[in-house]
Design a protein around this ligand. Structure first.
Ligand SMILES: [Zn+2]
Length: 232
């Protein structure tokens, strides 16, 4: 049976003292997770990692489970998806790593800041993330095909232009390719401001109406992009 180590000289005759290597704030968070009170706030990933490390050391399973949920809270996932992925990978938290990998798609891998947490991530974990981005981008680009029945009353108003795509499409396609290579999700390329820019760039006053009447196409495009594999 395990026994707690005791110091040679107690600070009080009635209160046993157990020396521990962890600092007070971290221990307080751990203990407040164990006691039947609401979980204490954890404001930073640095703090969360320190607490998670101690919870793992002492095998506090229920605390670990709650810290796992905290790790992928929107507060961290949206602000630092790559750090969350690195932390989850480091501790073999597969479900959290998957959620974080999905969040990196919207942020764009090249745009995310480098942090020391990445040093603890294995090359294998980073390679899987790179592969996800590298595979999803061309798969999303392949979906950029305009149906034949999407036309503009002005651009396609003459006999020699009736079979051409409306002018907004070239501007949209070029910008969408650039966007999808950086962030292979439907978030931006199906958004109204993005479509408005294509309409404006076309120089055609009827192209905005063409885009508006093609919303079914963008709805389908969104669904198809969203259906692509999105996690490691
Ligand atoms: Zn037009």
């Amino acid at each position: 049976m395990l026994s707690l180590p005791q110091p040679t000289v107690a600070s009080s005759p009635n209160v046993p003292v157990v020396p521990m290597t962890e600092n007070g704030p971290v221990l307080e968070i751990i203990l407040r997770h164990i006691y039947p009170y609401p979980d204490p706030p954890i404001d930073t990933l640095d703090e969360l990692v320190q607490v998670l490390e101690v919870a793992r050391k002492y095998d506090f399973t229920s605390v670990i489970d709650r810290l796992r949920r905290r790790l992928v809270a929107a507060q961290f996932l949206e602000a630092c998806p790559l750090r969350v992925y690195a932390i989850a990978s480091r501790y073999d938290l597969d479900d959290e790593a998957k959620l974080a990998s999905r969040a990196t798609l919207s942020a764009g891998l090249d745009q995310l800041p480098v942090h020391d947490d990445l040093k603890s991530m294995s090359g294998f974990a980073y390679h899987r993330l790179l592969q996800l981005h590298k595979q999803r981008a061309p798969d999303a680009l392949a979906l950029l095909e305009l149906p034949d029945d999407v036309r503009c009353m002005s651009c396609n108003g003459r006999r020699d232009t009736v079979d051409h795509p409306p002018r907004w499409w070239a501007h949209y396609e070029e910008a969408a390719k650039e966007e999808l290579l950086a962030r292979p999700t439907s978030d931006v390329v199906c958004s109204l401001p993005f479509l408005q820019r294509a309409a404006f760039a076309s120089g055609c006053e009827r192209c905005a109406g063409s885009i508006l009447s093609s919303f079914w196409f963008f709805d389908q495009l969104r669904q198809k992009i969203d259906a692509l594999p999105a996690t490691v």
